[in-house]
Design a protein. Structure first.
Length: 258
């Protein structure tokens, strides 16, 4: 069901456009964008200059539905549950140059509303890109899915300090040996999800160049826990791989389960 129908035609969440299968690489959102000129998270190729690096990146400055945002002042809506059918499958862990990314073998799927998506990959941002009522978490994981029409469905999961997460530890171990061996660990992806699945829903974009506004975002309201050592490990690998907040503009931010 389209989001605008849930709000009696108040707003449409139409995320059309081709998916980028790399950094969201799919932008990270299949991954950080792997084509075009070099970009970074700071300095002369940082976020404030992305639109100047290539004409294809113009949306990074001109877009009106950009991500990430602060998840605050959301409208309660009957969005229905996120149907995450994720299987234990072999994965390939590698460094895109902008994030640690995990490509997932085909077979895991997401249904959001009445639309189906297939999981392609997930990657980690340190600290979180989205804020929750002004709070920034130490980590945010983006699970990137693609639909048959090429649009993307990205599920964001926050992580806060607490117990060690075994699945994330497997990712870190594989990242340490990436390029040295064809190690494809089998991951239990549900270990990277909280038990409570209420979520925020909005129409947005890739958070890396070319910043295409083609993403159906669902960000879970409840974080998972990871250890301080795991947070530090991602900080050493890619500190500050976070795009600055973008304005909500005329969009509607919805929240399920309330």
């Amino acid at each position: 069901m389209r989001i605008h129908r849930l709000l009696a035609a108040a707003a449409a969440l139409s995320l059309a456009g081709p998916a980028m299968a790399q950094d969201h690489g799919v932008g990270h959102e299949t991954a950080p964008a792997a084509h075009g000129p070099g970009w970074s998270y700071s300095g002369p190729n940082g976020p404030e200059y992305w639109a100047r690096l290539d004409a294809a990146f113009a949306t990074c400055a001109a877009g009106q539905q950009e991500s990430p945002i602060d998840l605050s002042d959301a409208i309660s809506a009957d969005l229905g549950p996120l149907d995450l059918q994720w299987r234990r499958l072999p994965a390939r862990v590698f460094d895109t140059g902008h994030a640690i990314q995990v490509e997932i073998s085909p077979g895991s799927n997401l249904t959001m509303g009445k639309k189906g998506y297939q999981l392609l990959q997930f990657h980690v941002h340190q600290p979180s890109e989205h804020l929750l009522n002004g709070h920034r978490y130490p980590l945010e994981i983006h699970f990137v899915h693609t639909a048959p029409d090429g649009t993307l469905g990205v599920v964001g999961v926050f992580a806060e300090p607490g117990a060690n997460n075994p699945a994330l530890q497997t990712v870190l171990a594989a990242a340490a040996t990436a390029g040295e061996a064809d190690d494809r660990p089998t991951l239990d992806l549900t270990a990277l999800l909280p038990e409570q699945r209420d979520y925020f829903r909005y129409e947005g974009s890739l958070t890396t160049p070319p910043c295409s506004e083609t993403v159906d975002w669902a960000v879970l309201a409840t974080p998972i826990t990871v250890s301080e050592a795991q947070i530090e490990a991602f900080s050493r690998l890619h500190p500050g791989n976070t795009r600055p907040l973008q304005p909500l503009n005329r969009r509607f931010l919805l929240r399920s389960g309330r």
